[in-house]
Write a protein that binds this ligand. Structure first.
Ligand code: AMP
Length: 408
């Protein structure tokens, strides 16, 4: 958290949180999001999702609860697939918690029940991947019941999975009192806070591949936002809608009318709207491909715009200059390839330098921040959820939040 930045106006969660429960000696079924990236040798390449849940786990340990951790990993589609085992997560957790974490070979069944019955206060176990059972993604009632059997309370700290109505997120809450963990609460406070009552000027900075993925966010924010800056692939649908030829750049033709509509609406509401003025173009999306920097009016036929150019970086940075709140979701270009990464990295620096409450939407954008060499501490809040954060920013309810027990 930045020290010198304006204090956020936080959203309010009218649901139980872990601190509302007396958890001493109680068995807590903690649904976490340990869906971490692994390399071919099954080494964890980024453990931020694990570290984000530590406050909840440490609190439960200190309070003397028995902590039963659970998560999904990858998409095993209801079958046991060793490459999606949570074994590596158990080892990393053990190191981070400096405490023994017993890894159980399943998430339901007699062996799990026996191990849980032998737990003492402060013990931590990790269950095997929930998605090895088809009942998890189907939100199956019997499976939910089987999960609930081993616990006294359900704690949801899996923000990144809370847009899914799955058994360990939603179904289980039918059988147990269900409360939010600290991570889930923090995500809601920041993301809902920015949607409901942002400190203004409020700037939305959107990028990434497609307009269709972010259109709901634009729609929901249009009465709150002062400026909208659009970069990344989605900018070229807007530029085409305004009549610019964009060569072979990414365009969603079916979104052209909607893009035009959005531009008109924003103009009518007095929202300042910024698009790239120049871009880095190439004929192929490959490392080492020939590139040129051109004004957006001069994208040659057969070339694709794959990053914003230096003039756009200056324009966007200047537009961010007086912001009190910045919401950033989506890279400015194909930042995964060095030649098209500069725009995204420069904008990441501009966001981190801004004297503003800065909120970075999950998914690729947090990776872009890391790759830009920016310390996560220089951003006020980085969401751990991609789809879930977009859904909240679109103003939609998340099934995982709705399923929590209401505050009395
Ligand atoms: P999203 O999930 O919609 O935020 O999209 C993220 C992806 O958009 C990243 O993997 C980028 O490589 C890609 N992207 C960003 N800018 C462009 C662009 N100009 N053309 C094609 N893809 C892009």
């Amino acid at each position: 958290m930045k020290n010198s930045n304006p204090e956020p106006i936080k959203g309010v969660l009218n649901k139980l949180t872990i601190t509302d429960l007396d958890i001493k000696g109680k068995r807590l079924f903690v649904r976490a999001d340990f869906n971490v990236p692994l390399d071919e040798d099954l080494n964890i390449t980024d453990d931020r999702r694990i570290r984000s849940t530590l406050p909840t786990i440490n609190y439960a340990i200190d309070e003397g609860a028995k902590i039963i951790l659970s998560s999904h990993l990858g998409r095993p589609k209801g079958k046991v697939e060793p490459k999606y085992s949570l074994g590596p997560v158990a080892k990393r957790l053990q190191r981070l918690l400096k405490k023994e974490v017993t890894f159980l070979p399943d998430c339901i069944g007699p062996e799990v029940e026996k191990a849980v019955s032998e737990m003492r206060e402060g013990d931590v176990v990790l269950l095997e991947n929930l998605r090895f059972h088809p009942g998890e993604e189907k939100n199956d009632e019997e499976f939910s019941k089987a999960l609930s059997k081993i616990a006294d309370y359900h704690i949801n700290d899996a923000f990144g999975a809370s847009h899914r109505a799955h058994a360990s997120i939603v179904g289980i809450a039918k059988f147990l009192t269900s409360a939010a963990g600290f991570l889930l609460r923090k995500e809601i406070e920041y993301l809902q806070g920015v949607v409901n009552s942002p400190v203004r000027p409020f700037v939305a900075l959107l990028g990434g591949a497609k307009v269709s993925g972010k259109i709901g966010v634009l729609g929901n924010l249009q009465d709150k936002v002062d400026k909208v800056i659009v970069g990344g692939g989605m900018a070229f649908t807007f530029l085409k809608a305004m009549g610019h030829p964009v060569g072979d750049s990414l365009v969603e033709n079916e979104m052209l009318n909607l893009a035009k509509d959005i531009i008109d609406k924003m103009k009518a509401k007095g929202i300042k709207f910024y698009l790239p003025v120049d871009c880095v173009v190439s004929q192929t999306i490959e490392p080492g491909a020939e590139t040129k920097i051109v004004p957006v009016q001069e994208i040659p036929n057969g070339w694709k715009a794959l990053d914003i150019g230096p003039a756009s970086v200056r324009l966007f940075a200047e537009a961010l200059g007086n912001a009190k709140t910045i919401l950033w979701n989506g890279p400015m270009g194909v930042f995964e390839i060095d030649a098209f990464s500069r725009g995204t990295f420069a904008i990441a620096r501009a966001v981190s330098d801004a004297y503003a409450l800065t909120i970075v939407g999950g998914g690729d954008t947090d990776l872009a921040v890391t790759r830009a060499g920016i310390s996560p501490e220089s951003i006020s809040f980085i969401s751990t959820g991609g789809g879930a954060s977009l859904q909240l920013l679109e103003g939609k309810d998340l099934p995982g939040i709705a399923a929590l027990t209401d505050k009395p």
